[in-house]
Design a protein around this ligand. Structure first.
Ligand code: ADP
Ligand code: MG
Ligand code: ZN
Length: 494
């Protein structure tokens, strides 16, 4: 728990670099397909393999998508810009350079407002530019696909040349103890914006949205500290944990008089900590130069204006509307955004559940379950429609609150739909009058003291008897109905 303490002593600066794989049908500079999971090296051609003499042509759709992303992030759109060659050798990069953008990015100087604990933090955007993805190297023979211990490596160029958009924030300052939460909220909001634009499927676990998290610490009044760059963080939760872990590591090092090395770091999901990658002490010289094989990009301002006017509603605006419609308080809405369940609550209401019930499930038992499992609520193995079905069964008196939780747990454990779980586990409410009456009589006989107290006017003592009946029926009776039945039998009215 040193994170909070560390940020009383140090000021954090964070910066996020996010790569988004665009969902275009074809690659960035050739006509090859982009489908995920195809047989290795079946989606390649002379251009994306970098064969001599092949010439690239820019995919117009990727330019359009990048501009729409820039506009949604309130950026200025260049009226003229060029691609640049970033030269370096890597086995999964067949051309020995990556076609990217350098000093002439397509979009610059924007921002994204994110909601953290009910207050808005403006994250400034430095640039949005286009580049191409590399291939993928597969290390064979070692443990868990690592290069260490591998006997040989294979290269799959299907991904080489898939359009990527890189979105780089300016340094985000002044977030204090909220730094980790801001980083997570930013990536979550960005993901929602991108999803709304329909430019990418933004699947962090499949790598179509990847994030590098920069973190530094300085003492108040001093210049910014040296940053580290935690690479390829692939879940929202990990973004938050990566910041926390770097803050704790750097603070301990700085306090002991140590020095932060400028380097990349790897995040480990299992331990929640980072380990050193490659040093960035000496700036790599990529020998950038303008790409001679491609014409400059000069988007017509009238077209950009059209794109801007056709942008979908921002998720933050849609959310506000939704909150109004569901009659939620600002506090509730903030809690739901934080827990990442607002869309799930909406979907649950659309599947027929009252807003209050949907809210209670997603902020209560389901949020706890997600937390315990270390996943986002949206990754739980239950659908909004299934939650709505449970709500419906409770309303119909077929499930009690306690049984409903057991049903949901069954669904989460992969036992099927709510109805499947009820059938398999035998969880339906006992409605059989005879069985209930027998349980009530057994309870009265077992605890005559309590029965006497109730008869004497101490109605609260009925609780003990209700408890007995519930135990007898293994929780499958409706407690409210049992109470009425007991009072009736004892000749007492509420
Ligand atoms: P590189 O290519 O070395 O990763 P970029 O300019 O692409 O450099 O990205 C650097 C990221 O780090 C940006 O998001 C920037 O805002 C952020 N950043 C810069 N200085 C600091 C700092 N002192 N602490 C934290 N983040 C920083
Ligand atoms: Mg970078
Ligand atoms: Zn190709």
């Amino acid at each position: 728990m040193s994170y909070e303490k560390d940020l009383e002593e140090f000021e954090p600066v964070i910066g996020l670099e996010t790569h988004v794989e665009l969902g275009t049908a074809s690659k960035m500079f050739c006509g090859c397909a982009t489908e995920f999971g195809a047989e290795p090296n079946t989606q390649t051609c002379p251009v994306c393999l970098g064969l001599p003499g092949s010439l690239p042509v820019v995919n117009a759709k990727s330019i359009e998508s990048a501009i729409r992303i820039g506009l949604a992030l309130h950026c200025d759109i260049a009226t003229w810009c060029r691609f640049a060659r970033k030269n370096y050798f890597y086995p999964d990069m067949p051309k020995n350079f990556q076609t990217s953008q350098y000093d002439e990015p397509l979009c610059t100087d924007g921002y994204l407002d994110v909601d953290v604990d009910g207050s808005v933090v403006r994250v400034p955007i430095e640039r949005v530019h286009l580049e191409e993805d590399t291939g993928k190297t597969l290390h064979v023979g070692g443990a868990t696909g690592r290069i260490h211990g591998a006997t040989h490596s294979l290269v799959d160029y299907n991904r080489a040349g898939i359009p990527l958009v890189e979105i780089v924030t300016k340094p985000v300052v002044g977030t204090g103890v909220k730094a980790a939460a801001v980083a997570k909220a930013y990536v979550a909001e960005l993901r929602d914006v991108l999803r709304g634009l329909e430019v990418s499927d933004v699947r962090m676990e499949q790598g179509s949205l990847r994030c590098d998290v920069n973190t530094s610490l300085n003492r108040p009044g001093e210049p910014w500290g040296t940053r580290t760059e935690t690479k390829n963080v692939n879940s929202l939760r990990s973004v938050e944990r990566a910041v926390r872990s770097e803050v704790e590591r750097q603070a301990a090092l700085l306090r002991s008089g140590g020095r932060i090395t400028q380097e990349t770091r790897h995040f480990h999901e299992d331990t929640g900590t980072t380990s050193p990658g490659r040093s960035k002490e000496e700036a790599t010289d990529y020998r950038y130069f303008p790409e001679p094989d491609l014409v400059p990009v000069a988007p017509d301002p009238a077209w950009v204006k059209e794109l801007k006017e056709a942008l979908p509603e921002a998720p933050s605006v849609a959310r506000k509307r939704l909150v109004g419609r569901l009659g939620l308080s600002d506090l509730d809405a903030a809690a739901m955004v934080n827990a990442g369940v607002l869309d799930l609550v909406l979907a649950t209401t659309q599947a027929g559940a009252p807003a209050a019930e949907a809210r209670n499930w997603w902020l209560g038992h389901l949020a706890q379950s997600a937390n315990a499992a270390g996943v986002e609520a949206g990754e739980l193995a239950i659908t909004p429609a299934q939650v709505a079905r449970v709500v419906e069964l409770v309303a119909a008196g077929d499930l009690t609150a306690g049984l409903a939780k057991q049903v949901v747990d069954g669904v989460l454990a992969g036992e099927g739909s709510p109805d499947d779980v009820i059938a398999a586990r035998g969880l339906a409410v006992v409605k059989d009058e005879g069985a209930l009456t027998a349980a009530v009589e057994a309870a009265l006989a077992a605890d005559p003291d309590a029965a006497e107290k109730v008869r004497g006017g101490k109605v609260a003592a009925v609780g003990a008897l209700v408890g007995r009946v519930m135990k007898e029926t293994r929780g499958q009776a409706d407690a409210a109905a049992v109470r009425v039945l007991l009072l009736d039998k004892l000749g007492v009215s509420d």
